[in-house]
Design a protein around this ligand. Structure first.
Ligand SMILES: [Zn+2]
Length: 253
């Protein structure tokens, strides 16, 4: 039995000279790992379509132990993205997180859309000149991914008393997974500035499309120290929930 899937190539590994394993995140089935016999041979029609960061249509054949790649052709190549080192680093940061943090067979169309939108954004837009802003764009897509995986961060309600938060100076608790109101304050909580909280709330609002958020972030003018504050929060959060050994390529420099 074969199935047609749309997926974005996360990685491939060569085995036995000409065979390979393809790992892709698909709309329909989430992460899949597929075996392709002789796919690395120069004569193979599959070879050129399986580049990392391609959006592809793949034909999956059910196997006893491992599913097989019966066909593959590219739908979107994102060539502009692949010509720019900073954009590749940015793209690979999310790809690495998706590959490392998600098991096979847990589909979530929001994650497929996040990855597709991120690669399209990188392909179609000029990155900001400032390195901190380039990293903030990555952090925001990674925080979105963490949110879809159920790890927050919660930025709309107090994580202790669950009351809605109005914009004033508040605290942030990594252990609690988000914002804490002044009434629930504990010693280890960090202060988060109103500006940083506003940016986080805007970026993590479920109703806003990620491609709009990313374009707004590029244009957004806030004090440089707010970007650095956001990066510190995002980094602490990421390390706490994803672990230090997951370097997220462009993130942990
Ligand atoms: Zn509270």
């Amino acid at each position: 039995m074969t199935e047609l899937l749309q997926g974005i190539v996360l990685k491939y590994q060569q085995s036995n000279d000409n065979d390979l394993f393809l790992v892709s995140y698909t709309r329909e089935k989430g992460k899949v790992e597929l075996f392709a016999k002789s796919a690395m041979k120069i004569s193979s029609k599959l070879r050129s379509h399986m580049e990392i960061m391609n959006a592809t249509q793949i034909m999956m054949a059910k196997g006893k132990n491992i599913d097989r790649l019966a066909g593959c052709y590219s739908l979107v190549l994102w060539n502009n993205l692949k010509k720019d080192y900073d954009k590749i680093i940015s793209a690979m940061s999310l790809i690495e997180c998706i590959d490392k943090m998600i098991e096979v067979g847990e589909p979530d169309i929001r994650i497929y859309d996040l990855l597709y939108s991120w690669l399209s954004f990188l392909n179609d837009n000029t990155l900001p000149k400032e390195n901190i802003k380039k990293r903030i764009l990555i952090w925001i897509v990674v925080l979105k991914l963490l949110k879809y995986l159920g790890f927050g961060p919660e930025v709309f309600k107090c994580t202790r008393c669950h009351h809605s938060i109005v914009a004033s100076e508040h605290l942030f608790s990594i252990h609690n997974g988000g914002i804490v109101c002044n009434d629930c304050k504990e010693n280890n909580d960090e202060v988060i500035s109103v500006s940083a909280l506003k940016v986080l709330r805007y970026c993590l609002d479920e109703k806003k499309e990620i491609k709009v958020i990313l374009k707004d972030l590029v244009r957004m003018k806030v004090d440089n120290k707010v970007w650095h504050e956001l990066e510190e929060i995002a980094k602490d959060f990421f390390v706490f929930f994803a672990g230090r050994d997951l370097k997220g390529i462009g993130l942990m420099q």
